[in-house]
Write a protein that binds this ligand. Structure first.
Ligand code: SF4
Length: 723
């Protein structure tokens, strides 16, 4: 087997990696110390601009899941006794098609729903949207990116006219004199990104806003910058306070504002209230720190003679009932400083999932068609209908966004059957105990996965699919760079690509159009469907991406940045340099207001809870909990507690505690740390069952983006040990 140049299966940094035939040492051992297993490939980092040869622990160990002992390689169908039993592909697909047809006949087409994932390749994201709308004829398709990027996407589209996570290459950050990171912890979630913060740290210009002293917040130590540690759920107010200082101290870039934006006069009255002392009362961040941070950003900005500054957001700000407004406040700040659409400065969001960017561009979202176009736009419907070979009137309208879709499952008038791809909803969805009830109320749950995740084990039919190293495709990383993912291994006997599964189901359901199983041909169709849209891939093909990588000898890492509207277009590394795709070519300053979280502190729920990720685990942990090295490093669900709070509750390191929110309870082991505020607990979300923090989280959603309020809840705490 020759070496294969590809990318990591996990996060949106899409680090470059090389897969080679395994050496004798390439073995892995289960966490209990059992027999070591041979890995199918050797993984090494390779030069690529986002990772420069480095990989995090998840990347280094990513071959382990390919050799998971419980890898699914045969379809499973639940029998009359309630047991999942092996079935042939023909039988399993017949069951799925027959029961979809039955649900559709009884309840109508919208009673069959589809839930996609931000880890699917561009080809699959595209084909799944087409499958839902033309084979199942349902409007109800959404995906787990709604739980990840929806607020950032909505805010960028609203204020800038375009959502491309980072509208500039990651390597631009290297030259930043100051970088404001709001609600993001890349030191744990995407460690190679930390190297790109080095320039700002050398200038003392890294400013991290996080209620927790995260590994990223620690990077501000020793004069490298500042950590602003607000009360959970008040980060939007911190941004308003920073913007107030910029305006009040006349640090804004007035020439830029005059030439490139609208709405400054609408912004002023609201900002006027957020003087630093008032902001301190709301957020707990000292007024002097707010002033210092705002001045630091302003003096790094080009109009003040600085080298350049960036404002970056992450899920901590975005996963909130006011997530869209939170990101809008961050964009307002960046616009006031004249950073957006200027080489060497900018605003961006750090996309989470591997194809979180591409996953939202090709039609998996309830309200969108390929090319990142509105499903209600008549011209877009006509164009896409032509590519799909259907009448525009046959394309259903917008469906329910993810959280609403999950709430509606099995209810009168709601979906009765659900097809899930690339999501482990029982662990990753908010208010997880209710999600279990809703899935149980369905007439049919079909899950496509490569390991028996918690959600797969609760399904009526499980269809085993291929993993990242076993098939070709493309991913679009957090820079909007379209990358080639390449097969390094033959498909394991028994597992199938989702492209094949949809083609077989489409045939059984008498769907119109062509259903190719060749990723390159599906990409070509996707490219045609995207033509003229915001995310225009029409100048791209697998062949062009391969040729570009060879021609540049990997010097720029390969891949091309969308939009690429023609085969001779060089791609668009930096957006907004000349204009914003909004009326008059101007970005919008939009007034936003701080409301705070939905959960409030009271005597029954006297402590804040924030949630997040750890270095060793990815999303629901369905993959990384199966990697021995990662499972050994962080094996159990834990909760971080400040020693002062622990003393109050008579809790010690290693105790097991029960947390109770207005939704339910979860159990975790105590870790004492001064990283959290004395009024706040932190619990990661990678574990299932009673260890799932998402049994506590609030499913209330942002009215604009549909994003649930994952990040902040209030809880009470009780010791379980010895109960
Ligand atoms: Fe993979 Fe992300 Fe780690 Fe890079 S940072 S190796 S893409 S998980």
């Amino acid at each position: 087997m020759p070496a294969t140049e590809t990318h990591c299966p996990y996060c949106a940094l899409q680090c470059g990696m090389r897969l080679s035939p395994p050496s004798a040492e390439d073995r892995t051992a289960p966490p209990d110390g059992g027999e070591r297993r041979r890995l199918p490939v050797t993984v090494e980092g390779r030069q690529f601009p986002t990772n420069r040869g480095g990989l995090c622990q998840k990347g280094w160990t990513s071959a382990s899941v390919l050799a998971a002992p419980d890898r699914l390689t045969t379809p499973l169908v639940r029998d009359a006794t309630g047991t999942l039993v092996a079935a042939t592909w023909d039988d399993a697909l017949d069951v799925v098609a027959d029961r979809f047809r039955a649900v559709r006949a009884r309840y109508g087409p919208d009673a069959v729903a589809v839930f996609g994932g931000g880890g699917l390749t561009n080809e699959k994201a595209y084909q799944l949207g087409k499958f839902a709308r033309t084979a199942l004829r349902t409007r109800n398709i959404d995906y787990n990116g709604r739980f990840c990027m929806a607020s950032a996407a909505a805010a960028a589209n609203r204020s800038l006219g375009l959502d491309r996570g980072l509208p500039f290459p990651v390597t631009d950050l290297d030259g930043g004199q100051a970088i404001l990171l709001v609600g993001s912890n890349p030191a744990e979630t995407m460690p190679p990104l930390v190297a790109h913060l080095a320039g700002a740290r050398e200038h003392g210009g890294l400013v991290v806003v996080d209620p927790r002293r995260s590994a990223t917040a620690e990077l501000t130590d020793d004069g490298a910058g500042m950590h602003l540690q607000p009360v959970p759920g008040t980060d939007l107010a911190v941004l308003l306070g920073l913007a107030h200082v910029v305006v009040h101290e006349q640090l804004a870039d007035t020439d830029y504002l005059d030439a490139r934006t609208t709405g400054l006069d609408d912004l002023r009255p609201d900002l006027a209230q957020w003087w630093p002392e008032r902001t301190e009362q709301v957020t707990g961040v000292p007024a002097d720190d707010l002033r210092r941070a705002a001045r630091l950003l302003a003096h790094a900005s080009p109009h003040r003679g600085g080298v350049g500054a960036y404002v970056l957001t992450g899920r901590g700000l975005e996963q909130s009932r006011q997530g869209t407004d939170g990101v809008t406040a961050a964009i307002n700040l960046a616009l006031l400083l004249g950073l957006v659409g200027r080489s060497g400065s900018g605003f961006g969001t750090l996309t989470g999932q591997g194809n979180g960017q591409g996953g939202r561009e090709h039609g998996q979202k309830a309200d969108q068609l390929p090319g990142y176009r509105s499903i209600t736009d008549p011209a877009a419907r006509e164009h896409v209908a032509r590519v799909w070979g259907v009448d525009p009137a046959e394309i259903p309208g917008p469906g329910l966004p993810a959280a609403e879709l999950l709430r509606a499952l099995g209810t009168p008038g709601g979906p009765r059957a659900l097809l899930v791809h690339g999501s482990n909803l029982l662990v990753s969805a908010p208010d997880a105990a209710r999600v279990r009830e809703r899935l149980a109320a369905l007439d049919l749950l079909v899950v496509c996965d490569f390991v028996p995740s918690e959600t797969a084990l609760s399904a009526d039919v499980v269809l085993p699919v291929l993993q990242w190293a076993e098939e070709d495709g493309t991913m679009t990383n957090l820079e909007g760079r379209v990358l080639r993912r390449r097969a390094a291994l033959p498909a394991p006997e028994g597992a199938r690509s989702e492209l094949w599964i949809w083609s077989e189901l489409a045939r059984r359901l008498d769907a119109p159009g062509r259903w190719s199983t060749d990723p390159s041909a599906v990409f070509d169709e996707l490219a045609r469907a995207s033509a003229g849209g915001r995310a225009d891939y029409s100048g791209l093909s697998h062949a062009r991406l391969d040729a570009h990588e060879t021609a540049t000898n990997g010097a720029d890492g390969g891949g091309l940045y969308w939009p690429v509207p023609s085969p001779d277009h060089p791609g668009t590394p930096r957006a907004f340099l000349d204009t914003f795709p909004l009326p008059g070519g101007r970005a919008r300053l939009l007034p936003v207001h701080h409301r705070g979280p939905d959960d409030v502190l009271d005597t029954a729920h006297p402590v804040h809870l924030v949630t997040g990720r750890v270095l060793q685990h990815y999303q629901s942990g369905a993959q990384t909990r199966r990697v021995p090295e990662l499972a050994r490093a962080v094996s159990d669900a834990y909760v971080e507690i400040h020693p002062l709070l622990a003393e109050l509750y008579d809790v010690a390191e290693g105790d097991t505690v029960r947390l109770t929110s207005r939704r339910g309870t979860a159990v975790a082991v105590v870790r004492l740390t001064r990283s959290v505020r004395p009024d706040t607990l932190f619990m990661p979300f990678h574990w299932p069952g009673e260890n799932s923090v998402n049994r506590l989280t609030n499913p209330i959603t942002d009215p604009v983006s549909g994003m649930p309020e994952f990040k902040v809840a209030t809880v009470r705490l009780a010791v379980v040990t010895g109960e």
